[in-house]
Design a binder for this molecule. Structure first.
Ligand SMILES: N[C@@H](CCC(=O)N[C@@H](CS)C(=O)NCC(=O)O)C(=O)O
Length: 215
């Protein structure tokens, strides 16, 4: 592992966080975004999904499913972006701003994180794979699921500024990348004003990095 000197709110320390990811991956971006929001220094290493590096034996030792993102922090290795966000919040967000401590608040945040992993990933994510990344297959059924997920978000965000609570949480950081990139999946936010406003609000969170794009 590469060691470097980092700064975290004025304190100098040895940097140990490595993010293995792919630039255009929405799953990678939510981790990149949360590391940046927290102000945590990290090193990013490219896993080239186009050439199949995710299936190399050395990478499979880190990532049981052969997928990015993977986070290494000191001796810990964590896979799955949702698990990584919760790990980072537990370890580095002492105030519980992004991952509140109350059981019901956590349940509300988790509901939307699972909504991402199920509805957004299997709707927008898979249609984006077919449309933008040219993975062979029919995007239409995935686009239908993506449209339905976007309608759900429009209904929710028409009545709430943030997905889970009265403040931005991991729910928002989790869901925003695929929604903001839905045009790459052949979908549109044109008739979804509440979703568009929310995307702008989340991307306006201090240090939220620019969304990646493919193509
Ligand atoms: N549930 C996982 C999904 C990870 C995922 O699907 N990663 C994609 C890139 S966005 C990947 O590595 N695909 C390569 C492959 O499956 O071969 C997460 O949230 O991290």
């Amino acid at each position: 592992m590469l060691w470097a000197i980092g700064q975290f709110y004025g304190t100098t320390f040895i940097m140990t966080i490595t993010l293995y990811g792919f630039p255009a991956s929405a799953n990678t971006h939510r981790v990149r975004a949360f590391l940046s929001i927290l102000g945590l220094p990290f090193e990013e290493r490219l896993v080239n999904l186009v050439t199949g590096e995710q299936r190399l034996p050395e990478f499979l030792k880190l990532s049981p499913a052969g997928q990015v993102p993977i986070l290494m922090d000191e001796s810990a290795t964590v896979f799955d972006s949702h698990a990584i966000l919760i790990y980072l919040a537990e370890k580095y967000d002492a105030k519980g701003t992004w991952w509140p401590k109350a059981a019901i608040a956590r349940a509300e945040v988790l509901s939307w994180m699972f909504f991402d992993a199920n509805e957004l990933h299997n709707g927008i994510g898979w249609s984006r794979n077919h449309v933008a990344f040219r993975v062979p297959g029919d995007p239409v059924p995935f686009q239908q699921r993506g449209r339905s997920a976007l309608k759900t978000l429009e209904a929710r965000l028409g009545a709430h500024p943030w997905l889970a609570l009265d403040q931005p949480t991991l729910a928002d950081v989790t869901c925003v990348p695929l929604v903001a990139l839905c045009h790459e999946a052949g979908l549109s936010l044109e008739h979804l004003p509440a979703v568009r406003g929310w995307v702008e609000r989340v991307q306006g969170v201090p240090r939220f990095p620019t969304m990646p794009s493919y193509g």
